[in-house]
Design a protein around this ligand. Structure first.
Ligand code: UD1
Ligand code: UDP
Length: 359
């Protein structure tokens, strides 16, 4: 009987989630293999995370690259089917809500390989987001559902998921943050980016913000109004780069657009920021943990705990300039709450359940 635990990763947000789970499973002596689908492939979107987070080299890289949703998902599925056939894993672990996640979930469940989903139960209830479709399908197919917040458990319950499959374990993304926090060098980030006063960090990559020219133009106007008030450092995701550049994003003298940063450098920058503007999922959580005011440029969030227990607020493009003004005036809080079980031990809790299921 195989006892192999096979992890499927592929996109930037997968890597900081998988690292603590792999580490905790290693501590229990379980046999593991790491698969990279190749969904993200630029060194700054992938390799640098392996170097910085102590992840092992992937045993296999499917090298699927970019493509339409159907093409990318299908290529990942085809590659994984062959691989699962050859390796016969005892369990497949998937992370988050990207196309690599749902592709692996479909293959594992059809091959009747037990499937565990890390970061289960999050819901934006916004079916225009590809991630919401990926989350719903992956959760429906999973045998073990590892949740980062109590609201996720409630959603799974409402959908009729067997409670015996659901485990509130905390947040492995936050395990990675806490394990590396001493490396987040604010002074180094200031020097690197020439920052002498107040600054805002921004990340932008959601299709709803960057794909359509009219949306992108409105976003640029709004971001320029932020840059009127403080220097903005924007490590720009490749997705919207060309569109946002064409709309004039880079022209404001206080807008510093840079390449995507390594995890440690990015978090050093965020740690010292006066505020963050983002449409990222992970960044909403990281700012909550670090007590940095976060303005999320979305109409909804699948991570409401970052609003109820954190520093996050949802803003429209129209309100963003005023919201930044308010954040800069208020300054950063000295103390702040954090969500339950975001304590650096999610990976160990996940490993304990996985090991128990394989016994
Ligand atoms: C994906 C996830 C999204 C996640 C984001 C994190 C899906 C459906 N979306 O979005 O949930 O928030 O990753 O970063 O899985 N590209 C490069 N180099 C790369 C990777 C991508 O240039 O290494 C460019 C390509 O032009 C590509 C585009 O970015 O077409 C989009 O990449 P893709 O992986 O399809 O989606 P993301 O927008 O990155
Ligand atoms: N991140 C990084 N460098 C950057 C931007 C982001 O290291 O330039 C990290 C950060 O920890 C974030 C994670 O990558 O939480 C995933 O971010 P992304 O916004 O790509 O994905 P999402 O969480 O929106 O799916």
């Amino acid at each position: 009987m195989s006892t192999l635990v096979l992890h499927v990763t592929g996109a930037r947000p997968n890597f900081p989630k998988a690292a603590p789970v792999m580490r905790a499973l290693s501590g229990r002596g379980l046999e593991q293999t790491l698969v990279h689908t190749g969904q993200h492939y630029d060194g700054r979107m992938s390799e640098i995370f392996f170097q910085q987070l102590g992840l092992p080299e992937p045993d296999v890289n499917l090298g699927v690259g970019s493509g339409s949703h159907a093409k990318q998902t299908a290529m990942i599925m085809t590659g994984l089917e062959e691989l699962f056939e050859a390796r016969r894993p005892a369990m497949v672990l998937v992370y988050g809500d990207v196309n690599s996640t749902v592709a692996a979930a479909l293959v594992a469940s059809k091959m009747r390989v037990p499937l565990a989903h890390v970061e289960a139960g999050l819901r934006s209830f916004d079916m225009t987001m590809p991630e919401e479709i990926n989350r719903l399908v992956t959760d429906r197919l999973s045998d073990l559902l590892f949740c980062t917040s109590p609201d996720a458990i409630a959603h799974l319950g409402n959908e009729g998921t067997d409670p015996a499959k659901i485990h509130l374990v905390g947040n492995p993304m936050i395990d990675t943050l806490l394990a590396n926090i001493d490396r987040f060098d604010v002074a180094g980030a200031r020097t690197e980016h020439g920052l002498t006063g107040r600054y805002v960090v921004a990340t932008l990559h959601r299709p709803s913000n960057v794909d359509d020219p009219a949306d992108a133009a409105a976003l640029v106007k709004s971001m320029h109004a932020v840059a009127d008030q403080a220097v903005v450092v924007l490590p720009l995701h490749p997705r919207g780069r060309a569109r946002l550049e064409a709309e004039g994003l880079f022209t404001h003298p206080q807008m510093k657009v840079v390449e995507p940063l390594g995890y440690v450098e990015f978090m050093g920058l965020v740690r010292g920021a006066d505020a963050v503007v983002t449409d990222s999922g992970g960044v909403q959580e990281e700012t909550t943990m670090l007590g940095v005011p976060c303005l999320t440029l979305r109409p909804n969030t699948e991570r409401p705990v970052t609003i109820t227990h954190g520093t996050n607020q949802l803003v429209t493009r129209e309100r963003l300039p005023i919201a930044i003004e308010e954040c800069l005036r208020a300054g950063r809080a000295q103390t702040w709450p954090t969500p339950p079980l975001w304590d650096g031990h999610a990976g160990e809790r996940i490993a304990a359940v996985v090991a128990g299921a394989l016994d």
